[in-house]
Design a protein around this ligand. Sequence first.
Ligand code: CP
Length: 318
Amino acid sequence: MEPFPQHLLGIETLTRAQIDALLLLAAGYKRERREAREGNRDALDAHRRVLAGRTVVTLFFEASTRTRSSFEVAARSLGADVIALQKEGSSVSKGETLADTAKNLEAASADALVMRHPFSGAPHLVAREVRCPVINAGDGAHEHPTQALLDALSLREHLGDLTGKTIAIIGDLAHSRVARSNLHCLNKLGARVRVGGPATLIPMGIEKLGCTVHHTLAETIAGADAVMCLRIQQERIGDARLPSTRDYARRWGFTQAHLDSLAKHAVVMHPGPVNRGVEIVSEVLDGPRSLVMDQVDSGVAVRMAALALCLGRAGAKR
Ligand code: CP
């Protein structure tokens, strides 16, 4: 098997073989998590020593519900100790540099750093300063690799091999690290990607990442096997680029009528957090063709696989 990189900083630099290896491992963890929920408590016990004696530090300089909690559940499921730090409450708030913080955490026995930061490239900077693995949990508008991998796991489970499948991504492509990572990942897995959103939220030259650009919602989702709605990141967008979320909802909000226009097998996704009634209506979000909760379940399994692979412990059970 092709070795997995020490750091998981983005999808752009992963090979297809590395993505496949991670998804295979994650699919096994996801199956075993399901078996454990159904009463077979032994299903996950075998993995509790994979990272026993290791310490995973999560460093979140931006808010998170899904990513942070699922990394913590993932690390603990593999037997690791977890230390969770945020900007407030860490010495970064007193002016310590990010590199110094990371080096001090490593000196205090961190075996892996999981990091979210508002600046693109921050995890790359840290990875140059420490010897332990660094996993990018989202850096600015750059990449969110584990989100794309969990999306791929859910998509493959529902659509099978993604070769030739059409995935539509709708919304704020300009600020979305989820979209960038998904463009890299879906292209590597052989899917066709269509993107659409308000002109002010579609970056110039995005076609170079492997997609076609469309200017209405109906055109964007035509023939889609899956539709991925993105969150309107009002905190990054500002009022000039998107004056009215009501107008956005009218033009780009995904409704039951849009879902009904797709093939029966087509599914809808959202990375969360969702602005209900803006990117997607509740009827669809909570409906039977929504993968949103399955994406969260995939997230724990993918993050278990990422930790095991980056720490060189994939395959180890005891
Ligand atoms: N999808 C995602 O990254 O969600 P959080 O911001 O809650 O982690």
